[in-house]
Design a binder for this molecule. Structure first.
Ligand SMILES: Cc1ncc(COP(=O)(O)O)c(C=O)c1O
Length: 461
């Protein structure tokens, strides 16, 4: 089954890719698209064909939808090329890559105030999705082991605003997803709503730092305090997993006074995406547990067929080692102050951008970029001529990819645009973006009614 998101290929009719005569031998002017060719072609031709096909992908720098790193400096790219043959799982063959992974886990553990100083329990993953699955599996196994009590269907409590990986976790591992809907101006999980849904079959509560929908931080400390109180009243001991896919690499640098991490005894595990504000190219995430007690030992496999006895906790077996080396490179290269300056610049750009958007007198901002550097904004009440979907389409004419989407239950009536400010999206680019949005307004305001419906662009993670 080919999973291509229901999109038709660009040229549905053609079964072959045409090869420019400059590159091919005269006998071969096309190569099949959907089956192997009969013979080989030379590498230069193959390179050119693939390279040309990929030209149609968007420009990463003007893609304001993604949280994922789209630029790294030359030295990092060199390191990536040097490490491209390393398989992360072969820890016996690549012990130094494994050592860099261990150092990264300790660095993150200390950033997140792990009590296991210098011996943090954690691992790298392909991204936050895998890290969340591992965090969820540890919660589920701990619940199963708990005092042999009643065994109904396990459930996980979270806001409806969780990223799709948590829905996947619940679906794949047969856990009931107890999602708290949005209500009025509350777009995230509250302590009160979380506690109200906990019972003896709750494996944990997921708190997000910050929400994929609007970039806001969930009140982790308040949720922890409410769960402490629940334990006092009922004896139920419900742990928290903090999904810090983005925020766990922002808050330690920009919000040191915010208590959301292992300083809260109820926080059992934390994940982040190395490839988001960890500033590494895609495929690396991290999961760190409070201590060995938070990660049941029976989930850790020890294999000896690679030589040595290697512990692994992962959904995949083989995966690239280069991103782990790049994560360590960034930690080494930037240090605490380097990260702080990069993240502060993103926050400064985002908050200024939010102010400029408000000044256009056509939009209201839901978030101002002062938690995650993310600005979510909606068309101002009373403006009937265009929708966020129309604005998103107009921005595409200028090369900007800005997702427009509706919020989930119970705020499906609310549709927003969202800009994610990443390293490299400068004040200058932000000004150009606002300029293009401003210049699109007269045409949008001349419309009699919105042109694009809710399906115009899909939600981006
Ligand atoms: C809060 C949150 N959790 C999990 C994920 C999944 O992360 P990844 O893309 O690294 O698998 C995302 C992605 O945007 C996210 O925002």
């Amino acid at each position: 089954m080919a999973l291509h998101g229901g999109r038709e290929p660009k040229h549905p009719g053609g079964e072959e890719v045409q090869v420019n005569p400059l590159f091919a031998d005269p006998a071969m002017d096309a190569v099949p698209k959907h089956r192997l060719g009969d013979g080989s072609i030379d590498p230069r031709t193959a390179y050119q064909v693939v390279h040309d096909e990929l030209m149609l992908d968007g420009n990463a720098r003007t893609n304001l939808a993604t949280f994922v790193t789209t630029w790294m400096e030359d030295d990092a790219r060199r390191l990536m090329a040097e490490c491209s043959d390393k398989n992360m799982i072969d820890k016996d063959e690549y012990p130094q890559t494994a050592e860099l992974e261990r150092r990264c886990v300790n660095i993150l553990g200390s950033l997140w105030r792990s009590p296991a100083r210098g011996d943090a329990v954690g691992c790298s993953t392909t991204g936050s999705s895998e890290a969340c699955m591992l965090g969820g599996l540890a919660l589920k196994r701990r619940w199963e082991r708990r005092d042999g009590g009643s065994r109904g269907r396990p459930n996980l409590v979270m806001g409806i605003n969780v990223q799709v990986c948590w829905e996947k976790f619940c679906n794949y591992f047969e856990v009931e997803a107890r999602c708290v809907p949005m209500e009025g101006d509350r777009f995230q999980l509250s302590a009160e709503e979380a506690v109200a849904r906990c019972d003896e079959n709750t494996i944990g509560v997921v708190a997000i730092l910050g929400s994929t929908f609007d970039g806001s931080y969930e009140p982790v400390a308040e949720i922890a305090a409410a769960l402490d109180d629940l334990e006092k009243r009922t004896g139920l001991d419900v742990p928290i997993h903090v999904d810090g896919a983005s925020g766990a690499m922002i808050a330690p640098f920009l919000d040191p006074e915010l208590v959301w991490d292992f300083r809260l005894p109820r926080v059992a595990s934390i994940n982040t995406s190395g490839h988001k504000y960890g500033l590494v190219y895609p495929g690396v995430g991290w999961a760190v547990w409070r201590d060995a007690g938070a990660l049941p030992d029976e989930l850790v496999f020890r294999v000896n067929y690679l030589g040595g006895e290697m512990p692994t906790f992962a959904l995949n077996f083989s995966r690239p080692g280069a991103q782990v080396a790049l994560q360590y490179y960034n930690f080494l290269r930037l240090g605490f102050d380097g990260y702080r300056r990069v993240q502060q610049e993103c926050r400064d750009v985002a908050t200024r951008l939010a102010g400029s958007i408000v000044k256009l007198d056509a939009f209201d901002v839901l978030t101002r970029g002062d938690e995650l550097p993310v600005v979510a904004f909606k068309v101002r009440d009373g403006i009937e001529s265009f929708s966020v979907f129309d604005a998103s389409t107009k921005l595409r004419e200028h090369g900007w990819v800005v997702p427009a989407y509706t919020f989930p239950a119970n705020r499906e009536d609310l549709a927003v645009l969202r800009v994610v400010v990443r390293n490299g999206f400068s004040h200058d680019l932000a000004d150009m973006f606002v300029g293009d949005l401003k210049s699109a307004l007269p045409a949008l305001e001349r419309q009699h009614e919105p042109v694009h419906g809710a399906s115009a662009t899909s939600f981006h993670h």
